[in-house]
Design a protein around this ligand. Structure first.
Ligand code: B12
Length: 316
């Protein structure tokens, strides 16, 4: 075999693309002639050729390793945005689809919303939320039984390797679209007189779905909610708490790596003499952690957060 053959082919493909720009086609399997493990050599060569600009390979479409190489390359070369198709494929291989998956639109409405979030069906989710409200479901029911239930299942599947990051991202976007519509259709309560609640996801952490839900529930219960967003510097949180004379500062952390940020904010609030009580939440946080870092309250979910906030400001 010619040791330069592979490099020459790649160079040719690149030059061809640069100077001529026509689609290119070529056979692949001669490259492995006489070598052991031909499928491996063929699929490796194939991915190199794709990166160099090959458009139409002549190959056996039923060859599984070539198919996999094609899909993985599409994910890496940006032809499969965010690697979503690749992730869905791999997830289906890891767990064959449950027997008969019903079409989203045939399910009862809250189940349909849950399934649409899991499947990342961004196009239909807003319509489903509107339909659920028309059917008399409340915002809380939709949030709890539809959106949060979906995310809980996604969390389990992500943790156990049945779902991958691109899919979680798509589901998160779908959930956000649903939630934004809900907020638009059910505006926060008019009198925000129960107290001021500053809420944020701590520095280094971009998880904000649960924080948004908690903030919306608080706003709907009569709190003035100042949402600083996600990945927020400790100093920004402390400054806002002081400027706004906040009653409560709510902090979300979803990762073990970002939990120490909670301690940081609490220390800085104390140093600055803020009167606000601190309430913490998010997947990684526990009551034990709250006790150890000196937080005033821990809420496992948004409904609990509202209850505790009312206790803190003395309206319940
Ligand atoms: C969705 C999700 C994402 C989305 C987030 C999208 C978004 N805009 O939020 C994306 C895809 C971006 C993501 C990225 C990552 N993620 Co992620 N993600 C999740 C997942 C699957 C669900 C989280 C969620 O939204 N749940 C639904 C909501 C409704 O629940 P919730 O957040 O818990 O909120 C409720 C309560 O906690 C509480 N609450 C929430 N906030 C607050 C705030 C206050 C003040 C209070 C009182 C209460 C409260 O009330 C809420 C409503 O009832 C979790 C798995 C899990 N088990 O949580 C992993 C998870 C949190 N992610 C994880 C990881 C590792 C990552 C990445 C590092 C992955 C990577 N390799 O890149 C990155 C991190 C990026 C970063 N720097 O932050 C790990 C963390 C592990 C750990 N213990 O540290 C988890 C646990 C998954 C896992 N099992 O490995 N992720």
């Amino acid at each position: 075999a010619d040791k330069n053959a592979c490099r020459e082919v790649l160079k040719t493909l690149q030059l061809y693309r640069q100077h001529l720009g026509y689609p290119s086609t070529m056979g692949l399997s001669n490259i492995s002639f006489g070598l052991p493990n031909r499928p491996l050599i063929n699929s490796t060569f194939f991915t190199m050729c794709l990166a160099a600009g090959l458009d139409a390979p002549i190959m056996n479409p039923y060859d599984e390793s070539m198919q996999k190489a094609l899909k993985a390359s599409a994910a890496l070369l940006g032809d499969d945005p965010c690697g979503l198709a690749f992730s869905q494929d791999e997830a289906n291989l890891a767990v064959p689809k449950k027997a008969a998956v019903m079409k989203t639109t045939d399910l009862p409405i809250l189940d349909a919303i849950k399934q649409a979030v899991i499947e990342g069906e961004k196009d239909i989710i807003v319509g489903l939320v509107v339909q659920a409200l028309q059917e008399g479901k409340t915002g809380n029911e939709i949030t709890e039984k539809g959106l949060t239930a979906a995310m809980t299942e996604i969390g389990e599947d992500f943790g156990s390797g049945r779902m991958f990051l691109p899919q979680v991202l798509l589901s998160a976007e779908t959930m956000r679209a649903a939630f934004d519509k809900l907020k638009e259709l059910i505006p926060a309560s008019a009198e925000a007189d129960k107290g001021t609640f500053v809420i944020a996801t701590v520095k280094g952490d971009v998880h904000d779905l649960g924080k948004n839900i908690t903030g919306a529930l608080l706003a709907n219960s009569g709190f003035k909610v100042i949402d600083l967003g996600k990945d927020v510097e400790a100093d920004t949180i402390v400054e806002t708490a002081i400027q706004q004379d906040a009653d409560v500062v709510g902090l979300a952390a979803l990762m073990t790596t970002t939990m120490p940020q909670i301690d940081k904010v609490i220390d800085k609030l104390q140093a600055a003499g803020a009167r606000a009580k601190v309430m913490i939440g998010g997947a990684a946080v526990t009551q034990d952690y709250a006790d150890s870092c000196g937080a005033d309250a821990y809420a496992a979910d948004g409904v609990k957060a509202v209850k505790l906030a009312k206790q803190i400001v003395g309206v319940e």
